[in-house]
Design a protein around this ligand. Structure first.
Ligand code: SF4
Ligand code: SF4
Length: 396
């Protein structure tokens, strides 16, 4: 009897959970719109050989198909996962289609900002892009260009400054600027200064991400934090001090549990001299509709956390899952479409839950296979698709 009741509860809360996502339009869709990048950063999976693989590029018509059923349930669409969206000639068409056909959807993307020229900046403003995550892993030209191979420090900074000028000129609070700083041995000493630079460019958040062991070169070059634990702990404290001083929120990995101390050998000259010499790029004149000045109506309603907890409790009970304090929230309100139209819970998962050419997104995201991943995520081993997930390994 108890068993039946438990199963009934899971089923009941499962249905409620799915409805909650639908009613509150709380889904996030992530996808790449092209499989190309204009840089070859030293810590990236991307390398020059990518130019040899067939070009995959989405256009406005693809988005008409993708969003046909799921569009009304989406809260946010993130137009980049592993490549550079501004290398696509369709970028402007795509954002303009989404913002006109689905004005409730928040649009965001991640970029290295090298190609964020005046035309792109105008479209960003006109289409009310909600947030832009800019990848910058150094505050001096030398460090930045050493890591972001193929980029140009001056161009990137002047593009960011010009975007800020537009926001100021029209008194707009969008797009939010977020900085992604991949922290490694060769840029740890500059990370604290990134907080100050972030303040100057109006960043709302700085993500200090641990470098992931994507290629052998970074291991050979001694860039990994695991090989520089004491040094990381030392600079981590400095980053926290700066973030408190400038009141800028940060995401930062936990310190390593170790006693040995680090003493810096070099007296690095920590200044923002390179940054302060740069002027904003020239902007085009833009004519904004009245509507552009209004705050975008989005679905910021969160799914009731009590409901998620109840759903999870039922799953834990029924599968007799013990001691699982961790769960990754991605499979609960996110989905990812890969270059072959396969649907996965996120870009790191290896499990395929359906294909857009064979089924529609609604059936896939609210279907059996997706629910199974949600249940598996509570088991200590997680879902089989999460086995090689760098984030999962860090969380358990
Ligand atoms: S900009 Fe991003 S996608 Fe391109 S090479 Fe650098 S890290 Fe990789
Ligand atoms: S644990 Fe990793 S692979 Fe699994 S859903 Fe979360 S982010 Fe994706």
């Amino acid at each position: 009897m108890k068993k039946i009741l438990k199963r009934f509860n899971t089923h009941f809360y499962g249905i409620k959970f799915n409805n909650e996502i639908k009613i509150k339009r709380n889904l996030i869709l992530r996808l790449d719109i092209i499989n190309r990048c204009n840089l070859t950063c030293l810590m990236c999976h991307y390398n020059k050989d990518y130019n040899k693989i067939p070009l995959f590029i989405l256009n406005k018509e693809d988005f008409e198909i993708i969003l046909k059923d799921i569009g009304i349930y989406l809260n946010e669409i993130i137009l980049s996962c592993g490549y550079e969206p501004l290398t696509s000639k369709n970028f402007m068409d795509i954002i303009s289609f989404i913002s006109q056909a689905y004005p409730h959807i928040k649009i965001s993307f991640c970029t290295n900002a090298l190609l964020m020229d005046s035309k792109i900046r105008t479209e960003i403003i006109k289409n009310k892009i909600d947030s832009i995550t800019i990848s910058m892993d150094g505050v001096t030209r030398k460090t930045y260009e050493h890591i972001r191979k193929g980029s140009n420090y001056e161009r990137v900074i002047s593009n960011i400054l010009a975007l800020n000028e537009l926001k100021k000129q029209y008194s707009l609070d969008y797009p939010k600027i977020i900085i992604n700083y991949v922290i490694m041995n060769s840029n740890m000493h500059e990370a604290q200064l990134m907080v100050r630079l972030g303040k100057l460019i109006g960043a709302k958040l700085i993500n200090f991400r641990k470098i992931a062991p994507f290629n052998q070169e970074i291991k050979n070059d001694n860039e990994l934090l695991d090989d520089n634990k004491a040094k990381f702990n030392f600079y981590r404290e400095k980053i926290i001090e700066e973030s408190e001083r400038h009141k800028i929120p940060i995401h930062l990995a936990d310190k390593f549990d170790m006693k040995s101390e680090f003493t810096p050998l070099n007296n690095y000259e920590l200044t923002l001299n390179d940054f302060s010499k740069i002027m904003p790029d020239k902007n085009e004149k833009i004519f904004l509709e009245k509507d552009n000045f209004k705050k975008k109506k989005t679905n910021n309603i969160k799914i009731k956390s009590s409901l998620i907890k109840k759903y999870l409790e039922c799953i834990k009970n029924i599968f007799k899952i013990k001691n699982s304090s961790f769960y990754c929230t991605k499979p609960f309100n996110e989905m990812f479409i890969d270059l072959n139209y396969n649907i996965k819970p996120c870009e790191c998962s290896s499990i395929i839950l359906g294909n857009l050419k064979e089924d529609n997104l609604i059936n896939i995201i609210f279907g059996e296979k997706f629910n199974q991943v949600r249940q598996n995520i509570f088991k200590n081993k997680g879902d089989p698709g999460c086995k090689n997930c760098f984030y999962f390994k860090r969380m358990i």
